[in-house]
Design a protein around this ligand. Structure first.
Ligand code: ADP
Ligand code: MG
Length: 704
């Protein structure tokens, strides 16, 4: 890569973005498409044909031979089906490259291989993908050549959502509509749209590819299932750090360039939390684009790693005893003309609107804490949340000292001063100073923190899509906005009504605010006293999706039907059971085929040594004997624990799919896995390192 690399030249070079559309599409078509994008109109086939043709021509210039409807089924990953542009050969034996509007708008992947949680049985077997023209198409270059990727939503033929994107787009509609109602009441007559903006900070680990290949657990499950902690002190070894920087920096540079080409505004940075762990944050974007971009970030991190002899681990907890990885979902609400509703603003008037928005969010998060928690639940994240490294499993909101002070004033003031006297707002509090931007103390232990002009939801797992948390955020805040609008639109005295609402919401939802140390044991007790839900595993998080409260919420705003929610619950239980089943089977395989044989060899070595030394002279062999005794005892423990794990796994896999099966995996299989890991990790500390059948934690995280 040349030294004077020009970012602005490559940025977005593989994206069919606004500039490209403006340049290539006939004016009339461009205008029509823009209307469709901005105003949610239907795209007519005639326009679609022209767009498809130009898109194809552009993609072919970039080397594309295939196109793909790119979508996000409920597997947690993206899916795609590649079709070539080639049409049936003509009579002269040549082929044409074609791509029609119909092919652009709609695709039919084989839906049966994607999870539907029973929806397919109830509704219609087939599914289709539909172009989401609000997220630009792009050309992806990789070993398979170049492919035109079209971001799509994935639904059943009767319209049930089978993916992450459909509910996300629906929730964006809901929050747009309710936000517009709210800002109109405050006199904004000009903004046309309010869209959630999201910036997702992505954490990940890098390990050496060759070492990775020697770990079956990493290959099959993405995390280590065995592994003793490296000796203390190694962490501080500067020697390794020098070496890390070179290799990783080259990798990051490559990742950045790939992402820039795809229009993802990546800015990387080191993360000091754990060795071999890093972070990448893009500049925030509209939420549906941010969700797509985060998928591209994850794909790119993995793809580029291969070129550098590395492997990128996105699992939430690849190494026990070392910090895990998450994703910080920064969220705000911004109008099409650039007004951020989460910005305290400069005038008292803006301050009042901000305080109403803020207390609405307090109410939304308090009322639906269980849903937010669920949106971050996955099997991998269970190892993180509440483990003194990530936010606790209890949802609370961090406001910072100054905003907390404002809240306290709101709650304690009696009658409001109606007139704006000096710096005092009609809510009875001092006008908000311009403090928010810098003064907010970044409380790292809070799962939901106000950071100046946005909220940062920090529970999301590193491997998860950020779609689900944003669907929940958009919808619960839409509900809170809708509630206050219902009152304010009918209020005789608007200002008085606003004041009363701010005060009421601040007082009624105080319990969700916590500015202290979320890792402390006292907080868990305190949260319990406050009646906040403490859900510390995925299986217990899932029922939040189908409570009457949740069904009423999502149905009211047309985000999910009851059937869709139920199906999602089923899929989550299935995903959990599958993840644990694979982990258990990988452990059984490794313990039986790799670890036990090596330990037996080692005991033989010790026994031979004892015999040989004793035969040679009468030297003291008590060390060898002690070691042999200890290793043999642990070996018995391993054998028993392995038998128990096999039994538990067979039992769990025989339970019929659903909640009951997930519970069986959580309570019986997981316990048996922990019981097997303990003696194996002890053995790793004793057995000759040369003999141990896989790279150690030290090898993996300190020698990248
Ligand atoms: P840090 O948390 O590392 O100090 P920042 O707070 O600047 O960094 O940004 C973290 C992420 O939040 C970035 O992806 C950034 O683009 C995003 N972000 C910044 N402002 C907003 C906003 N108003 N809405 C949503 N995301 C934002
Ligand atoms: Mg952050």
């Amino acid at each position: 890569m040349s030294e004077n690399f020009n970012v602005s030249e490559v940025f977005g070079e593989n994206v069919f973005n606004d500039a490209v559309m403006q340049e290539r599409l006939p004016k009339k078509v461009y205008k029509k498409l823009k209307e469709v994008i901005q105003e949610d109109r239907e795209l007519d086939l005639e326009t679609a044909d022209v767009v498809a043709h130009e898109m194809k021509e552009w993609a072919i210039e970039k080397g594309a031979t295939h196109y793909s409807h790119w979508f996000q089924p409920l597997t947690g990953y993206t899916a795609e089906k590649h079709d070539s542009f080639i049409t049936a050969p003509m009579s002269n034996g040549k082929v044409l490259m074609s791509f029609s509007g119909k092919e652009l708008i709609k695709g039919e992947p084989d839906a049966s291989s994607f999870p539907s949680g029973g929806l397919r049985a109830t509704f219609e077997a087939r599914g289709y993908t539909a172009w989401d023209c609000t997220s630009p198409a792009f050309v992806r270059q990789d070993a398979a050549g170049a492919t035109l990727c079209i971001p799509t939503a994935f639904c059943s033929y009767t319209g049930e959502a089978l993916d992450q994107k459909t509910p996300l787009l629906r929730s964006m509609e809901a929050i747009n509509e309710q936000s517009l109602r709210l800002i109109r009441l405050f006199g904004n007559a000009t903004s046309k749209r309010v869209t959630p903006s999201v910036g997702a900070e992505q954490e990940y680990f890098l390990v050496d590819h060759d070492k990775y290949l020697k770990r079956k657990d990493l290959i099959f499950t993405g995390r280590t299932l065995f592994g003793a902690m490296p000796p203390k002190g190694q962490e501080l070894d500067d020697h390794y750090f020098g070496a890390i920087r070179e290799r990783i920096a080259a990798y990051m540079r490559d990742v950045n360039i790939e992402l820039w080409k795809l229009g993802v505004s990546a800015k990387t940075q080191h993360n000091e939390a754990a060795p071999a762990q890093h972070e990448l944050a893009p500049i925030y974007a509209e939420v549906n684009i941010a969700v797509d971009h985060n998928q591209l970030v994850m794909e790119t991190l993995k793809k580029v790693a291969g070129r550098h002899g590395l492997r990128c681990l996105l699992h939430e907890k690849p190494f026990a005893g070392v910090n895990g990885s998450g994703k910080h979902n920064n969220w705000s609400l911004i109008t099409d003309d650039g007004i951020n509703l989460l910005d305290p603003g400069k005038t008292p008037h803006e301050n009042i609107q901000f305080l109403l928005v803020l207390t609405c969010i307090l109410k939304a998060v308090d009322k639906h804490a269980d849903l937010l928690r669920e949106s971050a639940a996955d099997a991998g994240n269970d190892h993180r949340l509440g483990a003194n490294e990530a936010p606790p499993a209890i949802i609370s909101i961090f406001l910072g000292e100054q905003l907390q002070d404002v809240m306290s004033q709101l709650i304690s003031t009696g009658e409001a001063t109606r007139s704006l006297k000096g710096e005092v707002l009609q809510t009875g509090v001092k006008s908000l100073p311009d403090f928010m931007k810098d003064a907010t103390d970044r409380n790292r232990t809070s799962p939901f923190a106000f950071t100046g002009n946005k909220f940062e939801f920090r529970m999301v797992g590193s491997n998860d899509s950020i779609a689900a948390p944003n669907v929940v955020l958009n919808t619960i805040v839409a509900e809170a906005f809708s509630d206050v609008c219902d009152i304010l639109e009918n209020a005789e005295d608007f200002e008085r009504a606003v004041h009363d609402l701010i005060k009421k919401q601040a007082s009624e939802h105080q319990r969700i605010v916590f500015n202290g140390n979320g890792y402390s044991h006292e907080w868990i007790e305190e949260a319990e006293r406050r009646g906040l839900p403490h859900i510390n595993n995925m299986v217990d998080a899932v029922p939040a999706l189908t409570t009457e409260k949740a069904v009423a919420l999502f149905e009211k705003f047309n985000v999910f039907t009851r059937a869709e929610l139920e199906s999602r619950g089923e899929i989550l239980y299935e995903n959990y059971a599958k993840a644990l089943n694979i982990e258990a089977r990988a452990m059984i395989d490794m313990a039986g085929k790799q670890i036990i044989p090596v330990v037996i060899k080692y005991t033989t070595l010790l026994a031979n040594s004892i015999n040989a030394v004793t035969a040679a002279c009468d030297a003291n062999v008590s060390t060898q004997i002690e070691l042999l005794q200890k290793v043999s005892d642990l070996l018995v423990e391993v054998k028993e624990a392995l038998a128990n794990l096999i039994e538990a796994t067979d039992k769990a896999s025989a339970v019929s799919e659903g909640r009951e099966q997930a519970i069986c995996y959580r309570d019986e299989v997981k316990t048996a896995m922990d019981a097997l890991r303990a003696p194996v990790d002890q053995l790793e500390m004793i057995v000759d390192k040369e003999m141990w059948p896989m790279p150690s934690y030290g090898d993996l995280i300190f020698e990248v």
